[in-house]
Structures are given as C-alpha cells and as structure tokens.
Ligand binder design. Structure first.
Ligand code: SAJ
Length: 424
C-alpha cells in the first residue's frame, strides 16, 4: 500500500516517520515548503520533536514539493494547518487546497484522511463534495473520507505519535474499521472507531475547548482573588489533592498556541450557522483574551507604588513564545503584551532565547541590567533561574510574573515588588 502524508509539519512529519518505521508501506511526504523538504532530505528535523529527530536519522522515505510524488497512492493523509482568521472564523484554505491536490490523484478504492483540526461538518460539507465535484466519483462509494484528529503536543517529551491514542471516523463503519487497522499497524495505542465524521471532528474540538474554558475559569478566579487577597496558587494546589473530580489549570498572562485559543471558535462559528449561540464558550474566550491587558494593569499598579508610570519607564518583556521551551509565536499573548507596552510608552527591551530576531538584547543578564521592571510572558526554563539577588543587584524594582513560575518568596525577600496572576 502506498501512503502519502500531505503537510510535513509537527503533525505530518512524525506521522510519515512512524509509517516508514513499520516497513509495511511505501510512504511519501509532500509539502509546498522547499526549505522544509530540503531539510528533511538532509535528515535535518525542521520541528521541535525529539522522537522525530531520531526517526529522521534512522529512516528514509521520499519527500518532495513535486505533487507527482502522490501518483498511485492508496491513502492520502492531510496534515495541513487550520489557522483562525482575524474574525475568528476557521481558515480552511490549506485543507481545501490539499483536497484539490488529492483530487488529481485519488482513484476508485482510495481513501483520504484529514488529521487537521476542523469544525464538525467540514468533511461532510466541504471535503467530500469538493472531491466528488473534481473527480466525478462518489464519496463513501468510490472513495472514503475519514477524520483522525491529530493530538501532537509540541515539545512534549513523553507523548508522541507512537503512543497517543486516537479517534477515527469515516463515511462508513467499514471504512472506519479498515483505516483504524491501518493506524493500529503504525501506532501502539488505542485507536477508537467513531460512528461518523462529525463525531470525530467534534471530539477534537471539545478536547481543546475543555482546556480553554478551564483556563478561563482560573483566569477569572485570578482577577477575583486579586481583589479578595486570596492566594490562588495555594488554592489550586489545595484543590489538586482531591483524588477525584478536580483537574488543575493555571492562570496566566494569556492563552496562546495554534490549538487552545483557536479551536473553540470552530465550534462557536459552526453552531452559530445552525442557530445556536455558544455564550459560555464565547465568554471563556473573552476572559482569556483579556489576560494580556490585565497583566499590564498589574504592572501599572505596581509602578504606581514607586510613583512611576509605564510611560517612560524601562521595561523588560521576558519571552515571546506562547509556550515554555519551544519557539512558537502563534497567537502568543506576548505579542499583545508587547503592543500594549509600546502603546503605553514603555521603553521596551525584549528577550526570548528562542527568538533572537525579536530580542533587543543578547541575554537575560543584559536585559536585567537595562530595565527597572520586568514582565515575564513565557515560562522558559532559562527564566526560572531569576533570583531576588539578580534583580536587586540590577536595580529591578518590579516583577510581574505572567506565568507564576518565578521564586516569589526569594524575590520579595530581596525587597523587589513581585506580583503574579492571582497571587501576590
Ligand atoms: N495555559 C494556561 N493555563 C493552563 C494551561 C495552558 O494559561 O493551565 C496556556 C499556555 O501558557 C499556552 C496555552 O494555554 O499559552 C496553550 O497551552 P497548552 O499547554 O494547551 O499547549 P498547546 O497549545 O501546545 O496545546 C496542546 C494541545 N494538543 C493538541 O491539540 C493535540 C492540547 O490539546 C494539549 O492539552 C496541550 O498541548 C497540553 O496538554 O500540553
């Protein structure tokens, strides 16, 4: 069986490696990005994925930007991005263009599997009709459409494509069973057969929406406990020792990434088209989107105690990435933090070890020497070493810890003003 993976990013590349590792299939990879394809050809892993770096050394399979590589494929697995537009509508352009490419090569008896995160209905209402229109064939009869939502967690040292359980739904139970077997031959984890495409699409969306609303819950608690003078970090720690029916989430300066702040909009928009208004999901998004501004409010309040304003003060922004120890700017709250600080007249320095191109200094030490206050936006390991002594000796007066990850007690005992999100 010849299998193609279309889109060789943090989802597609590990999957192509996993399929190649079985030695059971001919696997080819297709991507539009020349430099990414060349890196892979030279066994240089273009993504932050420890397992994938290893795989690329040990395995070899054909990758190309030339779509003729898709000739005679039996299965086409689409792993392209599904970003969100400025109006928070899902941008399905990459999925549609990948589908148009598959339409050139898909034959009777073949299957297309979408792994990209999509709102419920996209396979039935967009992918299948588009393929039928372009090929003259009938979905479910001449070819199968399936959805097996990706669950890759970028930078995760434990969970990877080989061991993460998966859900799959298709145009028929028989097709679902057939393609589930394919995944079982590649992945050493439960492959759950779902009743249909919409169920599989909805499953991924609610997994990430669950996370977004729970983060919004603790973010609203942070604002409330800041006025109540209650230490939210201790409260969450306390609640976390309940052995059942509690799952901790943590307040922060905002929710970034290509999944959590994006996926809820897919459901919100799709349900709205059918006349249902997801008030709760929208409110959660509003709360999480309000956190960068709230973080800067905390900075303004802290500077006030030194009779200072943001305007004209030297302020250091630590971190641009949305997530610790990876370099990924997508929907990062740090982007908004930076914009607000500049708009308020801060004399801004920025440092993120993963983004020298966005950094105004070459090191954490250099930043600390230059600023009177810092806002931590990303909990990179490198920033966790910041001590009260380092801050004091550099005359840093204020620390706003946007990820509640610094040594609060040590910083306070050094006489530096510390404020976290929901904690003093
Ligand atoms: N965040 C909080 N508080 C929390 C957890 C996260 O503010 O309690 C923020 C993070 O700082 C980040 C954003 O939310 O800005 C997203 O964080 P994330 O840990 O959810 O990281 P992602 O975006 O890489 O999410 C992925 C997702 N994986 C897939 O979609 C396949 C998500 O489903 C996982 O739950 C998540 O990784 C994970 O568990 O780390």
């Amino acid at each position: 069986m010849k299998i193609s993976v279309i889109g060789l990013g943090y989802v597609g590349l590990p999957l192509a490696c996993a399929i190649a590792r079985t030695n059971k299939y001919e696997v080819v990879g297709f991507d539009l990005n020349e430099s990414k394809v060349n890196s892979i050809k030279n066994k240089i892993c273009p993504i932050d994925d420890v397992q994938c770096e290893k795989d690329l050394q040990e395995l070899s399979f054909e990758v190309s930007t030339d779509m003729s590589i898709l000739q005679n494929c039996d299965v086409f697995i689409v792993c392209v991005p599904t970003p969100v537009l400025d109006d928070y509508m899902p941008d399905l352009t990459p999925v549609k263009s990948a589908t148009e490419i598959v339409a050139k090569f898909i034959r009777k008896g073949d299957s297309i599997i979408i792994e990209s995160t999509i709102n419920p209905g996209v396979c039935d209402e967009i992918v299948a009709p588009l393929l039928e229109e372009l090929t003259g064939m009938k979905a479910g009869t001449d070819f199968d459409v399936a959805h097996c939502p990706e669950r890759i967690n970028p930078g995760d040292p434990k969970w990877n494509v080989y061991n993460i359980p998966r859900n799959i739904g298709s145009t028929s139970p028989e097709a679902t069973a057939k393609l589930a077997e394919l995944y079982r031959s590649v992945i050493n984890a439960t492959i759950n057969e779902m009743p249909d495409l919409k169920t599989a699409e909805a499953t991924k969306i609610i997994e990430n929406t669950f996370r977004d609303i729970n983060i919004a819950f603790v973010n609203e608690l942070a604002k409330s406990f800041d006025v109540l003078g209650i230490d939210l970090k201790k409260v969450i720690e306390g609640a976390s020792n309940k052995p059942f029916a509690f799952m901790p989430h943590f307040p922060s300066c905002g929710v970034g990434g290509h999944c959590i702040p994006v996926d809820p909009y897919y459901l919100i928009e799709r349900a709205k088209q059918s006349g249902f208004d997801h008030k709760f999901l929208k409110l959660a998004r509003e709360i999480n989107n309000s956190m960068p501004a709230y973080t800067i409010e905390l900075l303004g309040d802290a500077l006030n105690t030194y009779k200072k304003t943001i305007n004209g003060t030297k302020i250091g922004l630590l971190g641009m990435s949305y997530k610790a120890n990876v370099g990924d700017l997508r929907e990062s709250p740090a982007i908004e933090l930076k914009a607000i600080l500049l708009e308020k007249g801060a004399e801004l320095e920025v440092f993120d070890p993963y983004f020298p191109e966005y950094s105004t200094v070459a090191s954490l030490e250099e930043l600390l020497q230059k600023v009177d206050a810092i806002v931590l936006a990303t909990d990179h390991n490198e920033f966790k070493q910041i001590s009260g002594g380092m801050l004091k000796s550099n005359n840093v007066q204020v620390v706003i810890d946007g990820k509640n990850c610094l040594d609060r007690d040590g910083i306070k005992s050094a006489g530096v003003h510390y404020k976290g999100i929901g904690i003093k």
